[in-house]
Design a protein around this ligand. Structure first.
Ligand code: SAM
Length: 207
């Protein structure tokens, strides 16, 4: 099966828990009138959640045309790369990114792009995987015989195995990611650790 279709299949089977996504999004306390850009929106699950809880100025962007085909027409979306956003500078109130940096070869250029498109005082909300004991245990099970008999592990394995090295690189560089945000003078509002990932909210300086 071609890579895009196989990954699309895996994406549509894991991380589908909408309740968890609602909680994640609410955690960031994004003002309801904000113009929100979700970078790496995939097939639009977060966009759907934003819409369902009352946000109306939401835009999605993803590299995968295959995944974008599933995004609801209620929430406009377009195909582009996080490395070069076709978005006007200082035009966005909030950038939202969920599990995207772990798919990228480098975080510096995309973070520069986030900085560029955000208005002064704009919010950067990011949830990403982090290294943890629970993740290591999950990974062990995912790459064990269980992936042949338990669908959850089968699809997790499909989602992860092709980009495994990128994920490991990301897990090793989350500290550098935070330090780079500081270098750009982002003000870290919070950094919360979950069992498998983290939530980071940061504000672009006003001047
Ligand atoms: C793990 S998925 C997460 C999707 C979505 N954020 C979610 O939580 O359901 C990672 C997403 O990043 C997208 N992606 C990977 N590289 C990208 C890039 N350079 N620019 C934009 N999106 C990218 C993939 O196509 C995929 O949809």
């Amino acid at each position: 099966m071609p890579r895009n279709i196989r990954l699309e299949d895996a994406y549509s089977k894991v991380r589908r828990n909408l309740g968890r996504r609602v909680n994640s999004i609410k955690e960031f306390r994004i003002p309801s009138t904000d113009v929100i850009l979700e970078i790496g929106c995939g097939d639009g699950l977060n966009l759907k959640v934003f819409y369902s809880i009352g946000y109306r100025n939401i835009l999605g962007l993803d590299l995968s045309f295959f995944l974008l085909r599933h995004v609801s027409p209620e929430t406009p979306s377009f195909c582009a790369t996080a490395f070069s956003l076709p978005v006007k500078s200082e035009s966005i109130d909030t950038v939202y990114m969920d599990s995207v940096f772990c798919d990228l070869t480098d975080f510096h250029k995309p973070v520069n792009e986030v900085y560029r498109v955000l208005k002064p005082g704009g919010l950067f909300c990011s949830c990403e995987p982090r290294r943890s004991f629970v993740r290591s245990a999950f990974d062990l099970l995912t790459f064990s015989f269980l992936s042949n008999i338990v669908n959850f592990f089968k699809y997790r394995r499909q989602e992860y195995e092709e980009d495994w090295e990128l994920l490991q690189e990301w897990l090793n560089s989350t500290g550098k990611f935070r330090a780079y945000l500081q270098e750009l003078n982002f003000d870290e509002v919070f950094f919360k650790k979950g069992l498998l990932g983290f939530w980071l909210k940061a504000r672009k300086p006003y001047s």
